[in-house]
Design a binder for this molecule. Structure first.
Ligand code: 4AD
Ligand code: MG
Length: 432
């Protein structure tokens, strides 16, 4: 018999087929048992009628517990009210395994610690499979966006000898005879080298930050997509970010709209995300925050609460640009008209999801870059190769990094970033 994915059942209406999966839950009314089955591709209700199957098949169905693994034969029947529009009229059931213990995740109100301890099993539940699919479509859209625009994928290293962002939150490791090395906080410095070879480049990979603060927006290990383009200036950079974010939102709505709806996210808010996005300078953001009653002055960091307050003014992501240079990383190009600020931008998602993109034009003159590396207390000798990029045909260039989990949390409407990644690494958790 033909093995079919549950998501494909509809195209086999009237046929007898095989599905292979797990029992999610079960309901019985004496002569009929309703098995709610899943196989990863979708969910379907399978109906076992005492009058149309053998005693042993009916008994098999009766013995099933939550998360039993089963191979089920049945005839596909249209049922518009059912999820997916079909039901399966069971003809045979092969039991692969019936668990000896009750599946631990069986209530709507488990504590978050319990769920995270059982993340390896929690992943099987309906909401989590929807979120994983949304993440999958977001990452697919990211890759497509760059590939369609002839960017070249350049994979950047995880082990690095040069601190990419700031010394505050690095993971240090012993690297053989070399001494100290770090887990990458960013692949940016390497993308800058690659942009001088290939013009338009991007990466997508894990990054690591020993964030000591426990918030709903921070992970210790998170995935970042970065882009870097030779000859791009601040304005080109912002345009690219807007196009990327708008592309991701619309492709994800198109391909995972059902998953987004299924977990209760308000989709109308996402439909409105069109370019251009609203813009303001850091100076304007400070004024706005003061007007809203925050005690904040020029030069202060814009923290999570402040970000939320600024973003709540808009129903699209907002681009905040030109921050004071001492608040930002060493490599950012000063604004020629106002050297106390840099040609950078942060993109803040609406609805309180925080910063999804950090971006800037890069310093392309050797001497200025050396000054800045020293100002930041970083070891100039570990940047010899990075400085050398400025010796051979140096050009203005710009780029940015986008946090994948922040984008997933926003698009899926998640309260906490831990659900946006299959196995979250947070301050107090590395298990499972
Ligand atoms: O703003 P960040 O620190 O920028 C960089 O690392 C640049 N080197 C990128 C570049 O220009 N190539 O980080 C980029 C994004 C943030 O906007 C945020 O979305 C995400 O990465 N991010 C985190 N996401 C989850 N957990 C954390 N601890 C994060 N830290 C940053
Ligand atoms: Mg940032």
């Amino acid at each position: 018999m033909k093995v079919v994915d549950i998501s494909d059942l509809r195209s086999h209406t009237g046929e007898e087929v095989t599905i292979r999966g797990w029992l999610r839950r079960k309901r019985s009314s004496g002569k009929i048992q309703f098995l709610f089955l899943r196989d990863g591709s979708g969910f379907v209700q399978a109906i076992v009628e005492r009058s149309s199957v053998s005693d042993s098949v009916f008994q098999n169905a009766n013995n099933l517990k939550m998360e039993s693994s089963v191979v089920v034969n049945g005839v596909v029947k249209v049922e518009e009210r059912a999820p997916g529009g079909v039901e399966l009229l069971v003809t045979d059931i092969e039991v692969v395994q019936i668990p000896e213990k009750d599946f631990p995740i069986n209530k709507p109100d488990h504590s978050i610690d319990f769920l995270m301890d059982n993340r390896h099993l929690w992943l099987r539940t309906q909401r989590q499979t929807h979120i994983l699919k949304i993440r999958h479509e977001i990452i697919k859209a990211v890759r497509e966006f760059y590939n369609d625009r002839d960017f070249i994928l350049v994979d950047t290293p995880i082990f690095t000898g040069s601190i990419g962002e700031s010394a505050g939150n690095t993971f240090e490791i012993d690297y053989f005879d070399y001494g100290k090395a770090y887990l990458a906080q960013t692949g940016q410095l390497y993308l800058e080298a690659a942009a001088m070879a290939l013009g338009k480049v991007y990466n997508l990979g894990p990054t690591f930050r020993a964030e000591k603060s426990k918030t709903r927006r921070h992970l210790i290990e998170f995935w970042m997509n970065e882009a870097e383009v030779a000859y791009y200036r601040h304005e080109d950079n912002i345009k690219l970010q807007e196009d990327l974010v708008s592309y991701i939102v619309h492709k994800t709505l198109e391909r995972a709209g059902d998953d987004i709806l299924a977990i209760g996210r308000d989709i109308d808010k996402l439909k409105k995300i069109e370019t251009p996005f609203p813009r303001m300078t850091y100076d304007e953001a400070i004024k706005l925050l003061q007007k809203k009653g925050f005690t904040i002055t020029w030069g202060d960091d814009i923290g999570a609460d402040e970000e939320t307050a600024v973003a709540s003014e808009f129903d699209k992501p907002v681009v905040v640009e030109k921050y004071p240079k001492m608040m930002k990383a060493f490599y950012m190009q000063p604004d020629p008209e106002r050297p106390e600020v840099v040609l950078c931008d942060d993109m803040l998602a609406p609805e309180g999801y925080g910063e999804i993109i950090g971006a800037s034009e890069r310093i392309y003159e050797r001497e200025l870059l050396i000054d800045r590396i020293k100002e930041y207390g970083l070891d100039v000798s570990s940047y010899d190769w990075y400085l050398e990029l400025r010796d051979y045909g140096t050009v203005p260039h710009s780029g940015f990094g986008m946090g994948i989990e922040r984008v997933v949390a926003w698009i899926a409407g998640l309260e906490h970033i831990r659900e946006a990644i299959p196995f979250a690494r947070t301050l107090y958790r590395i298990h499972p």
